[in-house]
Ligand binder design. Structure first.
Ligand code: AHR
Length: 763
């Protein structure tokens, strides 16, 4: 075999003895970024339950999403004699009045030609009431109109179809001619070809199905344990008749109608061919609330533990069991096949947590022996909760723990050997929430490389799910996300293509795979050739600035600005005084090219932490902290001192050492390869290129004889910076046919690409 300057060799050898976990790749479904209402939920009406309040978001109320056009008796918000105590707010529409909903997009809800089913609770509030529903275009043109029967003086459910004659942005109106009508729980859903109102948006479901998920985690994330005890997710409040479901403020600052509750989640799992993985609060709410984490009082814990056992029974019990019967009554006599249950999410692992977790774990282990319980390791892949989570899990013999890694691409690439060193005798690992910090190919390929490491170690890392999954454009609280969407568009990120391609080549057994001929990328050391000063959310005066003994002029930096100083030295000192605003400031220092910058973030999130971060290629990652901090105060000067010695960075604030950090300067490889057995004795080979040039990979597969067909699928980024948040990845995977001769083939591996090779007949 002759090789060129840019060539690499990939040698696929015998099985290592590690079986690939059949459940390795799954989905993390949390109601964040309007993933459910306004997303997967096919209902077009926003705030159809009139239950939005200021607790969802300041300024919101029952008529959020609705435009009342009132005449005569007008439109009144009421709560006397409601349709249900759980949904206490409704509206009374008086004679000559109209109430209009435009859905989740300011331009109006997107309707297509075809039937839409309007479902709502109605009560006649005056004799001879007459009401109509209509769909109109943005400029008021009629699309469809239908009478709403409102004959009864008691609440009744009405379902009527509106047949839409055009594909357009529209508004749904309910208008009352005579009398007055009470209205609640308004839904408008497209009707499918079987004449059923759609529960889920089909384009989003198909996008998820293509990921071949083995499991779906739900409802979070933070939504699982909630912003305070009152905000904890209780599954029993999300099932049964719509009117009895309890809507809740969503942790991420919007309204959660619970129209997609636990039953619908189980249906989605079934639709996707995935096992459910509920994550329940460990009896403790999220720690990021004023006052820190609060636990369910001990006297209420037996009921809470029972609720969790009941959830498993709802999913798995026969129709003769109490909760299996409730499921059967909801139209699903067959069990849903739940095999995993997460207890806790990113919690502070302290004594209170250990106590509540222990109660839940003991009960589930005893009563549901077929369910694998997953414990939690806190929000990061290191740190006090990570250590305490492992310790607790080992002590209690919890079968699996949930590790979270929202990191920079650089961090992932520097930790490709992380799981090689994990203890095989303790709990297994679920990489439950993870992603690299951008929506670019750089991040997606770092994830692909990490996935090869996960797969290689899937005797210990049994499950993995990227997070978050879905994000409505214009309504996101978190970046990056796997799939962006609008009303009429699904926009897969580069990471989506990576997840999909990796799921397509999940084999059964890991094969030894050696890559040679590639290079390692050296990492820049900390430097002080440029100092940048920022002050987001406030104005800060920087004085007495000295770098390497040289004085620099004072700087005043406002919310939008940055001061950039050309400097030289290994020691920096300055005094920072906030003159205005609520937040803190950032002192950055790095090389002259600006590619690697370290940042001392004073104040950080909510002006209560100190963080040292490293930013490479514009993507940041904390490297030390956050450490608790009393906060920056206006007109109170703070003295900052930073020294750099090789890889070591030390930072003092007002004379106290707050960071003493040794930078991780391990290089990362510009090619990562992995292989598993494929179907019919074939192999799957994964090649991740992090190089700036195209290369030829000489593939050698031991044991293959004669001519062997292969399918090569290539996601060719060309550059690391391809891809942007909220947009569809501009490149897509392309499959081509190839052939190996006696186990050998030359495969083109483009710059910044993921290439998978299925050796053997196409499946
Ligand atoms: O995925 C978004 C959030 O990240 C999750 O809700 C939480 O668990 C994590 O901090």
């Amino acid at each position: 075999m002759t090789t060129g300057r840019n060539d690499v060799t990939i040698h696929v050898q015998e099985p290592t003895g590690t079986r690939v976990s059949p459940d390795l790749w799954g989905l993390f479904l949390e109601d964040i970024n309007y993933a459910l209402d306004g997303g997967l939920n096919a209902d077009l009406v926003r705030n159809g339950d009139f239950e939005a309040t200021g607790a969802d978001r300041p300024g919101w109320g029952p008529l959020t999403g609705w435009d009342p056009e009132a005449d005569a008796d007008g439109v009144r918000v009421r709560s006397d004699r409601p349709v249900s105590a759980a949904n206490a707010t409704y509206v009374r529409i008086g004679a000559g009045s109209r109430l209009t909903n435009r859905g989740y997009d300011p331009e109006g809800m997107l309707v297509r030609e075809g039937a839409y089913r309007l479902r709502l609770a109605v009560r006649r509030a005056a004799p001879s009431a007459s009401a109509h529903a209509s769909l109109t275009t943005a400029d008021g043109g009629a699309l469809a109109r239908v009478e709403i029967p409102a004959a009864a003086d008691a609440w009744s459910w009405v379902e009527v179809d509106l047949t839409c004659t055009a594909t357009t942005r529209a508004a749904l109106s309910i208008d009352v001619g005579e009398g007055a009508v009470d209205v609640d729980l308004v839904e408008l859903r497209p009707v499918d070809s079987q004449g059923r109102a759609r529960l889920f948006r089909p384009d989003l479901v198909e996008t998820l199905r293509a990921l071949r998920p083995a499991f779906v985690r739900f409802p979070g994330g933070c939504v699982a344990h909630g912003y305070g005890l009152d905000n904890m997710y209780h599954w029993k409040r999300t099932i049964g008749p719509r009117e009895d479901r309890v809507p809740m403020p969503n942790t991420w600052g919007y309204h959660q109608s619970m129209a997609i509750g636990y039953h619908e989640y189980f249906l989605l799992c079934e639709e996707l061919g995935a096992t459910p993985m509920p994550v329940v609060a460990a009896g403790v709410c999220c720690q990021n609330v004023p006052g820190g984490p609060q636990a369910i009082p001990q006297q209420r814990m037996p009921q809470y533990v029972q609720d969790v056992l009941d959830l498993v029974e709802y999913a798995n019990g026969g129709p003769e069991t109490r909760w299996g019967a409730v499921r059967a009554a909801a139209g699903h006599p067959e069990p849903f096949g739940l095999r995993y249950l997460g207890i806790g999410n990113e919690d502070v692992v302290d004594a209170q947590f250990a106590d509540r977790f222990g109660q839940l774990f003991d009960a589930v282990r005893e009563r549901c022996p077929d369910v694998t319980v997953i414990g939690t390791l806190g929000p990061k892949p290191y740190g006090p909760d990570y250590d305490a989570g492992w310790e607790l899990a080992r002590r209690l013999e919890v079968p699996m723990v949930d590790e979270h890694s929202y990191r920079s691409p650089r961090w992932l690439l520097q930790h490709l050997d992380r799981f090689d060193h994990y203890d095989r005798s303790g709990p297994a690992v679920y990489l439950g929430e993870w992603a690299a910090h951008s929506s670019t190919m750089r991040s997606a390929l770092a994830e692909a490389a990490y996935m090869t490491a996960v797969e290689r170690n899937s005797d210990v890392v049994r499950l993995s799910s990227y997070a978050p999954l879905l994000a409505r454009v214009g309504s996101t609280q978190w970046l990056p996300d796997l799939v962006y969407f609008t009303d009429d568009d699904v926009r897969p990120s580069p990471s989506y293509h990576v997840q999909r391609m990796m799921a397509e080549v999940r084999g059964d057994r890991v094969l030894a795979c050696a890559a040679t001929g590639h290079t390692e990328r050296p990492q820049s050391s900390p430097a002080m050739q440029r100092v940048t000063l920022r002050s987001s959310g406030s104005t800060t005066r920087f004085t007495a600035i000295r770098v390497g003994g040289t004085e620099h002029p004072d700087q005043v930096v406002g919310t939008e600005g940055t001061a950039s100083l050309v400097t030289d030295g290994t020691e920096l000192e300055l005094v920072a005084t906030r003159t205005d605003g609520e937040e803190g400031f950032v002192v950055g220092f790095g090389g002259a090219d600006g590619e690697t910058v370290h940042e001392f973030q004073v104040g950080g999130w909510r002006n209560e932490s100190l963080i040292l971060a490293r930013r490479d290629d514009g993507i940041g990652n904390e490297v030390d902290g956050p450490h608790p901090f009393g906060g920056v105060r206006t007109e109170v000067p703070l003295h900052v001192r930073v020294t750099v010695q090789g890889a070591r960075i030390r930072v003092w604030l007002d004379g106290a050492l707050v960071h003493d950090h040794e930078d991780d300067l391990r290089p990362w490889p510009d090619l990562v390869a992995g292989a598993t057995t494929g179907p019919d004795g074939g192999a799957y080979v994964t090649l991740v290129s992090l190089a700036d040039e195209d290369r030829t990979a000489h593939l050698v597969v031991d044991g293959a004889r004669g001519a062997t067909p292969a399918t090569v699928t290539t996601l060719a980024g060309g550059s690391p910076d391809v891809g942007r948040p909220f947009e569809a990845c501009p490149v897509e995977p392309v499959a081509t046919a190839a052939e190996l001769a006696d186990g050998r083939a030359a495969i083109t591996v483009p710059a910044w690409s993921l290439v998978t090779v299925q050796v053997g007949p196409a499946t």
